[in-house]
Write a protein that binds this ligand. Structure first.
Ligand SMILES: [Zn+2]
Length: 368
């Protein structure tokens, strides 16, 4: 929950456009943490062009203009097509390293200082990338991102639910037997319908016993019962999406009381039709119930968004001014798996940035 009570902001409203220019500039410069963003799903047209150039036999255009059209979000089926085309471009460890580092570069441009990137190693190792080489590639990129770009990356290894228990076993093996230094959590993605959460309990039990945090997707395209399953059977410490939580007041109460954060991804929810329109997004009800809400971008270029845009959307939906937006950024730090010192340092950066903005006064607020 934001520390500052949200209040109406002149110029924004349920049917208004993006927030005021001053607020957009504030968001752009704000140091941020992102907790729900996928590795392959973060490949921007620029990155895909670089990957396509490495693999001229691929069907994906390497020409930026053609790629821009390819990437224009049309519907969910088109998103899957783009996603799978990018998966097809990740063929060797160098592709993995390039993708990871370049994703961090796109994050640095948005002043994202810390990200827990959801990686699906099963997709790559199944396609023949050697598992040890995969780990070295992401770790290499992580270290370079930290030293060259000032972006701290941590990994969430997720089970692609649609690939069944074989993928769960393999993901647990990769997470626990080849555990890279940056790995902090264990997740579950893919479709929810027809993929009951409880079947993955043994794999989450093993991951949690090894000290990994539990962050499954739940309640995105199914009802609140899936979120209860994730809490009860998978020991969820944060919920990916959790959009349908608002249909169960007792669940909202439980999430608020036990400080289980929701990783909310507004534009993604519209793209996948989990929510019909942005104005109907239940974020406000989540906040009103006292749930710790974080704002995230999920698969940003594929949904035509980025984290800064998601913050602007959240500011409009919640009626936040710059202090409310800064509080939202602090929520992500609090909900992250950074250690206590890391949390304090990033929260202090956010506070210093917000204080400097306030001190500069309204005249200076639109100058940047
Ligand atoms: Zn996701």
């Amino acid at each position: 929950m934001p520390d500052t009570a949200p209040g109406p902001v002149p110029g924004t409203g349920p049917s208004g456009g993006p927030g005021p220019a001053g607020l957009d500039a504030f968001i752009a410069g704000l140091p941020k943490a992102e907790l729900h963003v996928h590795h392959v799903g973060s490949a921007s047209p620029r990155i895909v062009a670089e990957l396509a150039a490495r693999h001229p036999d691929s069907a994906v255009p390497a020409d930026p203009a053609a790629l821009a059209d390819f990437f224009t979000f049309r519907d969910f089926a088109h998103f899957i097509q783009v996603y799978l085309s990018v998966v097809d471009l990740i063929r060797d460890a160098e592709d993995v390293r390039l993708l990871t580092f370049e994703v961090a570069r796109d994050m640095a441009r948005q002043n994202i200082r810390y990200a827990e990137l959801t990686v699906t190693p099963f997709s790559s190792t199944r396609r023949g990338i050697h598992e040890q080489a995969f780990m070295e590639a992401i770790e290499d990129a992580r270290k370079a991102a930290e030293s060259e770009l000032g972006v701290t990356l941590r990994w969430c290894f997720d089970i692609p639910g649609e690939a069944g228990l074989e993928s769960a076993e393999q993901t647990a093996h990769l997470a626990l037997d080849l555990r890279p230094e940056g790995l902090v959590s264990f997740g579950l993605g893919g479709p929810e319908i027809g993929v009951p959460r409880p079947q993955f309990k043994p794999y989450f039990d093993r991951a949690r016993a090894a000290g990994l945090h539990s962050v499954p997707h739940a309640g995105e395209t199914t009802g609140p019962e899936t979120i209860w399953d994730a809490l009860r059977d998978l020991g969820a410490e944060r919920i990916g999406h959790g959009t349908s939580a608002v249909r169960d007041p007792r669940l909202l109460e439980h999430l608020a009381e036990h400080r289980v954060p929701l990783e909310v991804c507004p534009t993604s929810n519209i793209a996948t039709r989990a929510v019909a329109t942005l104005d109907e997004h239940p974020m406000k009800e989540m906040v009103a119930a006292g749930v710790l809400v974080t704002v995230n971008s999920d698969d940003p270029p594929m949904f035509g968004t980025d984290l800064n845009t998601e913050y602007a959307v959240a500011a409009r939906l919640l009626g936040l001014d710059h202090t409310g937006v800064a509080a939202l950024a602090r929520n992500a730090v609090e909900a992250s798996f950074l250690d206590a010192a890391g949390k304090r340092a990033l929260a202090a950066e956010i506070d210093a940035y917000a204080a400097a903005y306030t001190a500069a006064g309204p005249g200076a607020r639109t100058a940047s």
